[in-house]
Unconditional design. Structure first.
Lengths: 440, 462
């Protein structure tokens, strides 16, 4: 009986769309065609093709830069701030000692850990596997420990890496090369992927999301010179630049904040997809929600509040910064609200045809995700492993299109009206209180 | 106070009000001249000359000269640790009067020493060391020197031996500690060569197959996807790691691959192994031996015990060896060692099993306090015990006043041990019976050790 109903519905569905006029189709899916398809399918594809072609023709320049890196061998300080990350630090240090580029020191900065982290780090120090172990007995927040690491660092470049991250063997070599191609690059962010990708549904969805938004998304923005974030999980900064503004300000959203400061000084924020690192993302949806609310709030706090001067024609005005912020706010905040408008529009004006519109909408998003996924694979150095994720693609439109969108909208609302980020326990209360007082 | 200033620089003049200071060239220094002065001031402008003079003073047969206060005149800070350790302080130009109290103190303590004479070579050295430490009221610390084959060096003790690089320096100090004359504080542990006692040795990993030290060590890589396990060099293609079994690139340790252990490859014979042997190569005599056969010695900082201080003042007046020398026939130590060499040869040729044993009475100083006038009776009793148990063919030699070495010919170690245990038990009883007074029991501390004759060295026997 159920099969017959489903079959009948299928027949009606195809008949409905077969007879639908082009303008009518556009009316039903204006949101997808006007915004999402153009921005995330057509635009990404064009830029990625352009990027690949450019790389092909500039491969000798790339090789020359690589040679220059190994001739000049700049000294890098790898600083890794963290709290209660003992076991992860072991993994991280192990991968650092496997690097093809070796001229670096490792500085671990402990933000008042109360587990076995101090013992583990002191053993690593004794064994000569790290250069320094610094510790704040009283927790001061991530920015404070990162700045402590910066003050103790001796390198010409500062590689900031999260303690729960580990690197591919050639990651440091790859992330350093762009500095020898373009002297205007101030920071290079690495390609962050999910370590325990197939652990559960939560990590699987994040693994696909990271590939979409980081591997492809940041490549596109970087090529357009509108990238406004260098991942804190794995990013290298020129020391002379980072010292000009005294290191990191209070987070959350430190990565985005510091990248914007670098842009304001007129330097480029670059993304290197070949420099791969792996991180452990939240393993439960509850932890994921907490993390994403924090990330999304920082967009309002930093882009719309702290760095709003980017929109005004001051002496440090850069058109690329203006475009970057506008694109970011438009596609994150405005479109989220527009999407609600679209849904309302459909419910109010086409209540009887929703049963055809929603599945078709889902189908369009699925197809665009599939297309994007092939772009991802084109980029990937682990094609075979990442191809396995394709069977989870049908869940992505719901995860990215609905779940994440609602989460973001809620976070913007919280931060915009209640400045919730200042109550986030991610920072010690005393630090957030002070940050709120001085408005950063 | 009369000082003598030893210098080869005739332009140097030092003056101290109220004190007589005469200058002499180092070449003219001799024992007779030095006895005419209370203290010596030594110019260290030429380090080697200064060392020679210091050694001549400290090794002098005349105790009065050997223990004389020696101050160094060292305006250019040339003196090394060796000179500082055997001298008594520095003379500061313009402040020479500052050395007077120090000199007077040494001389005052020296005046407390009673006259002591013994024919025993080692006893003489022991008393000399005790007296030096007592008159200076200081600790005996080693100096680190690359010129000494031991690495650590006790100059004041070494000067008492004919050959400065004599391992007996360490043995005598250990014995003085075991006899409670000195107490030692641990400073370092050192490995000595079991042939020449040098401390300069190269500890090296060697191939268990051909004993070559030309080894290459490599990490082993385990590639998770295909299970391949090979040395890293098999994976290395340029900078990349590529699996020789499945051709995949290894990108990320912990995710694609692991390094579970390492493997050694001998570049001489090609053998591969995970646990190399460890061998010691003596840089001094060039002998090679397994690391466990090296002599492990604790280097210590020594200081006088109350008993040592007493012996410094009064001398080691009691010697079990002296007590027994008329009753037992002792073989001189040098000759004794020749007998041992002969016995070793005999064993090689005929397979005879002979043993060497040691017998030591550790608290012999307590015996000295308790024995009183009955020492002759006691000596006879002890001698009778030894004669009764040992055979005429067994040889006894005296190592020092309380330690004897016994060569038991044609006796395997287990039987030799039984014999020496009997000697120990019976002497134990004699000492207990004779030296227990007014209910206060005397407990002798006697130790014995036995080793096969071909394994003889003072380390195996103690």
């Amino acid at each position: 009986m159920k099969i017959i109903i489903f079959f009948e519905y299928g027949k009606d569905f195809f008949l409905f769309w077969k007879t639908a006029h082009f303008l009518k189709i556009f009316r039903f899916f204006w949101f997808f065609f006007v915004f999402e398809f153009v921005r995330y399918v057509v635009f990404d594809f064009v830029v990625v093709v352009f990027f690949k072609i450019k790389n092909y023709f500039k491969r000798s320049e790339y090789e020359k830069a690589r040679e220059e890196l190994f001739i000049k061998k700049p000294f890098i300080s790898v600083i890794s701030p963290g709290r209660n990350e003992g076991e992860n630090i072991l993994k991280l240090v192990k991968t650092l000692h496997e690097q093809t580029y070796r001229n670096f020191e490792i500085i671990i900065i402990d933000d008042g850990s109360d587990d076995s982290t101090p013992q583990i780090c002191r053993t690593l120090l004794k064994e000569g596997k790290i250069a320094k172990y610094l510790r704040n007995d009283i927790r001061g927040g991530k920015a404070s420990v990162a700045n402590l690491g910066l003050s103790e660092a001796k390198g010409d470049f500062i590689l900031h890496i999260d303690a729960d991250t580990s690197l591919d063997r050639d990651a440091i070599e790859k992330i350093m090369i762009p500095f020898f191609i373009d002297s205007k690059i101030g920071v290079v962010g690495g390609n962050v992927k999910v370590r325990n990708a197939t652990e559960n549904l939560c990590t699987i969805l994040q693994a696909i999301e990271y590939l979409k938004t980081i591997t492809v998304g940041r490549t596109v923005l970087s090529q357009l010179n509108t990238l406004r974030i260098a991942s804190g999980a794995f990013g290298v900064f020129r020391r002379d630049i980072i010292e000009r503004f005294g290191g990191w300000d209070v987070g959350p959203g430190m990565d985005g904040d510091i990248a914007v400061k670098i842009r304001k000084l007129g330097y480029r924020v670059y993304f290197e997809p070949k420099a791969v690192c792996f991180t452990s993302p939240p393993k439960t949806f509850k932890a994921l929600i907490k993390q994403r609310l924090r990330w999304s709030r920082s967009l309002v706090r930093f882009r719309m509040r702290k760095h709003r001067d980017i929109f005004f024609p001051t002496e440090n005005f850069y058109f690329s910064n203006f475009i970057s912020f506008t694109e970011n706010i438009f596609y994150s905040v405005v479109l989220d609200l527009k999407w609600l408008v679209y849904i309302t529009d459909m419910i109010l004006h086409f209540p009887s045809t929703l049963k055809y519109i929603l599945p078709a909408n889902y189908f369009l998003y699925l197809m665009s995700n599939l297309f994007q996924f092939f772009i991802i694979l084109w980029f990937s150095e682990r094609k075979k492993e990442e191809l396995k994720l394709i069977i989870y693609l049908p869940l992505v439109p719901i995860y990215v299109g609905i779940f994440m969108r609602l989460l973001r909208t809620y976070a913007y609302f919280q931060e915009f009206f209640f400045k919730t980020s200042y109550q986030d326990p991610w920072n010690p209360g005393k630090v957030s209180k002070k940050a709120k007082e001085i408005g950063i | 106070m009369r000082f003598i200033f030893i210098t080869d620089d005739i332009s140097l003049k030092i003056y101290c009000e109220g004190q007589k200071i005469e200058i002499i060239n180092p070449e003219k220094v001799n024992t007779e001249i030095l006895t005419n002065y209370e203290a010596v001031i030594l110019d260290t402008g030429n380090i080697q000359i200064a060392k020679n003079v210091l050694r001549e003073i400290r090794e002098s047969e005349k105790e009065e000269v050997a223990l004389k206060p020696v101050l160094i005149f060292d305006p250019q800070e040339m003196a090394d640790e060796e000179i500082i350790s055997v001298s008594d302080g520095k003379v500061i130009p313009g402040k020479i009067e500052e050395i007077i109290p120090l000199t007077e103190n040494i001389l005052k303590l020296y005046s407390k020493l009673s006259e002591f004479k013994t024919e025993n070579y080692e006893t003489n050295i022991m008393v000399r060391i005790l007296r030096f430490l007592y008159t200076r009221q200081k600790k005996l610390s080693p100096v680190i020197s690359t010129f000494s084959k031991f690495g650590y060096f006790y100059p004041i003790v070494a000067y008492q031996f004919q050959e400065i690089q004599d391992f007996r320096v360490y043995e005598i100090l250990a014995r003085m500690e075991s006899e409670n004359l000195l107490s030692g504080t641990f400073l370092d542990r050192i490995h000595f060569c079991n042939k020449c006692h040098s401390g300069f040795m190269n500890f090296r990993e060697i191939c268990p197959n051909c004993r070559s030290s030309y080894l290459k060590v490599e990490d082993l890589i385990h590639h998770f996807p295909c299970g391949a396990v090979y040395p890293q060099s098999k994976f290395l293609v340029g900078e990349q790691l590529i699996c020789p079994k499945c051709n995949k690139i290894l990108r990320h340790i912990g995710m694609d691959y692991e390094k579970p252990s390492s493997i050694f490859e001998c570049r001489s014979c090609g053998a591969t192994f995970q646990e190399p042997s460890v061998e010691v190569f003596c840089l001094y005599c060039r002998s090679k031996f397994p690391v466990e056969e090296s002599i492990i010695w604790d280097i210590k900082i020594y200081e006088l015990t109350p008993g040592g201080e007493n012996c410094a003042i009064h001398g080691l007046r009691f010697s079990i060896a002296d007590l027994l020398k008329d009753k037992l026939e002792f073989v001189e130590y040098g000759l004794f060692k020749k007998f041992i060499s002969l016995e070793k040869e005999r064993k090689k040729r005929y397979g005879n099993e002979s043993s060497i044993g040691s017998f030591q009475i550790k608290n012999f100083q307590d015996i000295y306090i308790l024995i009183g006038e009955r020492k002759n009776e006691l000596a006879i009793e002890i001698a009778e015990i030894i004669k009764g148990i040992l055979r005429k063919s067994d040889l006894i030699s005296v190592l020092n006043e309380s330690t004897f070495l016994i060569l038991l010919t044609e006796t395997p170690p287990e039987k030799a041990k039984i014999a020496l245990e009997r000697v120990k038990t019976e002497i134990d009883n004699v000492l207990k019976n004779n030296l227990t007074f007014q209910g206060k029991e005397f407990i002798p501390q006697i130790s014995i050790n036995v080793a096969p004759v071909d394994n003889f060295s003072l380390n195996t026997i103690f």
